[in-house]
Design a protein around this ligand. Structure first.
Ligand code: HPA
Length: 273
């Protein structure tokens, strides 16, 4: 048995009695969606601290727990808070929660995040459907012996973001008059923000939004054979694109401002899955 598979199984065994149902959708709540669970019919909550070996975030505002509930009729497990690679966790610990939610039964992964806008058409507050990603600046979470229990050694990455789920999100946005842009997300490790030169490079490479999460999680979910979709909340124009310096406070303020629209889009999308 692979070591990450073994760890995931141990986490699952420690919590299985508290899991109220097999979720259809695993929802990762990024900045701004932290209080999303206020809007759903909550059936159970499991704080990450109660799961032996589970990575617990050190970032202010990222307090962590799994929340189980219904969005419409759809059973979901939400991750309120996630750990980032820049916190010093091994990459296999960063992606463990994804494997665990898959183990609980989730076949769909819906990721959300706060990101910096690289595309000149984006403003602070823009919501962006993730159409594809660039992973080459982040560590690949599948490095190491392949754990066959999870998936294949060389997973195809041609269709990471599921077309049908993307269409459901487009429809949800359209029918609820929620402006939605589309683009390519690139993950860097952080925790420092990018330099203006790096942002120019990332734009040249075809990226529309930049952040410090998500891609390692979707690579893992793709390895597991999950269907994947995601939305970025563009919380700031990336470095060098505005006259003011970047602050985490600004990112959080914009995330909070956009939260009602972001939540509505997530809810209306999940109902269509
Ligand atoms: N860069 C990287 N990560 C981010 C940004 C950014 O500009 N904004 C929010 N998360």
């Amino acid at each position: 048995m692979g070591i990450n598979y073994e760890k995931c199984e141990a986490c699952y065994e420690s919590m299985r009695d508290k899991i109220p149902f097999s979720p259809k959708v695993a929802l990762v709540l990024g900045s701004g969606l932290g209080d999303y669970a206020d809007d759903i019919e909550v059936k159970a909550e499991i704080p990450y601290q109660e799961i032996p070996g589970f990575p617990v975030s050190t970032v202010p505002g990222h307090a962590g727990k799994f929340i189980f509930g219904y969005v419409g009729d759809v059973p979901v497990v939400c991750m309120k808070g996630r750990v980032h690679y820049y916190e010093g966790y091994s990459i296999s610990d960063v992606v463990l929660p994804i494997r665990l939610m898959h183990r609980m039964g989730a076949g769909i992964l819906f990721v959300t995040n706060a990101a910096g806008g690289i595309n000149f058409d984006f403003d602070a507050g823009t919501l962006m459907l993730i159409k594809d990603h660039i992973s080459v600046f982040a560590p690949n979470p599948l490095i190491g012996p392949n754990e066959e229990e999870f998936g294949l050694r060389f997973p195809d990455m041609s269709y990471v973001y599921d077309e049908e789920l993307q269409n459901a999100i487009r429809m949800a946005a359209n029918e609820n008059n929620i402006p939605l842009k589309e683009g390519i997300y690139v993950q860097l490790t952080g925790p420092s923000y990018e330099t203006p030169a790096e942002i120019r490079m990332l734009r040249t490479l075809g990226a529309d939004a930049v952040g410090m999460s998500t891609v390692v999680e979707t690579i893992t979910a793709n390895h597991l054979g999950m269907k994947i979709c995601g939305i970025s909340c563009i919380c700031n124009l990336a470095a060098g694109m505005s006259s003011s310096p970047l602050t985490h406070k600004e990112v959080q303020e914009i995330a909070d401002r956009v939260a009602p629209l972001f939540k509505k889009l997530v809810t209306e999308s999940v109902k269509r899955f």
